[in-house]
Design a protein around this ligand. Structure first.
Ligand code: DQA
Length: 146
């Protein structure tokens, strides 16, 4: 079964408690559990990782990115300025879909820029927890293509 890494960056461990009007009431564990159900229907094996630290996210991408078939990443605020995470994705060459719960195009100016998007094959933004499911659907729809 193809393996997809699911990486969540800083503050996403607070999902459910954190600004629920923006990010919803689902916890990260619940979100991951729901995503696992979708993954089993689509025949994907998911490996989850969350960290609040840039270096740990980079180390995880280095450690697992070469052997995995794809990655879904919500880099949190690192989206907007982490050239280091961007370089890690480019460095391992893993097919990556960037996701965001909120619509970063409709919020503060600083959120409108993603330095991660240019090294991703797609971005899904603004659908809440469904953004992750849509990213998985994208991997499923494009399974054959290289
Ligand atoms: C986020 C959007 C980011 O701007 C923010 O810093 C987050 C969450 C989202 O999923 O909507 O932490 O990535």
């Amino acid at each position: 079964m193809p393996k997809i890494l699911v990486v969540n960056g800083p503050n996403l461990n607070l999902l459910g408690k954190r600004e629920p009007d923006i990010y919803g009431t689902l916890t990260l564990d619940e979100l991951n559990e729901n995503l696992n159900k979708v993954a089993s229907e689509l025949h994907f094996d998911l490996q989850f990782f969350q960290s609040n630290s840039e270096g740990s996210i980079i180390d995880f991408i280095h450690g697992y990115g070469f052997e995995a078939d794809g990655m879904i990443i919500n880099p949190g605020a690192y989206t907007h300025y982490s050239y280091a995470i961007r370089d890690a994705i480019a460095g391992v060459g893993i097919k990556t879909v960037e996701v965001h719960l909120s619509n970063i195009q409709e919020r503060e100016e600083f959120r409108k820029i993603s330095v991660i998007a240019p090294v991703c094959i797609n971005s899904v933004i603004g659908y809440g927890a469904r953004s992750y499911e849509m990213a998985l659907a994208y991997f499923s729809d494009n399974r054959q293509k290289d």
